[in-house]
Design a protein around this ligand. Sequence first.
Ligand SMILES: [Fe+2]
Length: 277
Amino acid sequence: MPEIHLYQWPGSVALQDVKFIHFTDPHLDVGSSRLYGLEPAARLQACVAHMAAHHGDAAFAVLTGDLTHDGSVASYQQVRTLLAPLALPVHPLIGNHDDRASFQQAFPEVAADQAGFVQYVVRYGGRRFIVLDTVQAGSHEGVLDAARLAWLRQVLAEDPTDPCYLFLHHPPMAVGMPRSDTMAINDPGFEAILAEASNVRHIFFGHLHRAVSGIWRGIPFSGIPGLSHQVALDLVENDGRIRGSHEPPSYSVVLLRQDDVIIHQCHFLDDSGTFYL
Ligand SMILES: [Fe+2]
């Protein structure tokens, strides 16, 4: 029997170690096999095969949006098919390229809040993992309106001491990439809720199509590369456009141990092999 590590968070239930996967932005489109010279379906298939072969012991995975590029039901069904080889639960959320109604038609088992937004909570190891819906139809910009923020405030207040981990598509903050930053959430109401709650331990997001991490308003965060194309590191973007790149994709392997968060990047397409130092 594997040893189970228990930790007593002050005033909370006992915590167990948790290993999970964070992956994002596969951008599938059944109408076109290629996107920016790449093959999104083949990439998702390769990612899933790599996860199953190397990290099948993870408790779950979170897919942080832009499941499809075209928002069609057929593309979501293809996502379902490609995720099927994974034995672990996959908890998806939606991004600016997704269509909420099509998503919910293809993934009817995914929970929604009372207003129909794709927002829900899952629990593992005495911790709460909170999924948010930042999509506004017809726009690429992220939003958390009053109804969605009220839902989050209520969820966090249900137990103000247990550790919580947030998942959303859009970054809540500007990251120094001017064009991309116009799509960030940047909502003082969101910041106020996090400050009031004080039990959010990490924020995970997609959307940027490149790796970024740091601390924002005292909370650690991590955004990761997309499974499809990437966005070039351009801190000027003075022509108002976003430059793409073919930098390699990756997914994250996250280890939660006591109150620690450890994040590894896994470059699943790298075939250069390994060797002993
Ligand atoms: Fe995306």
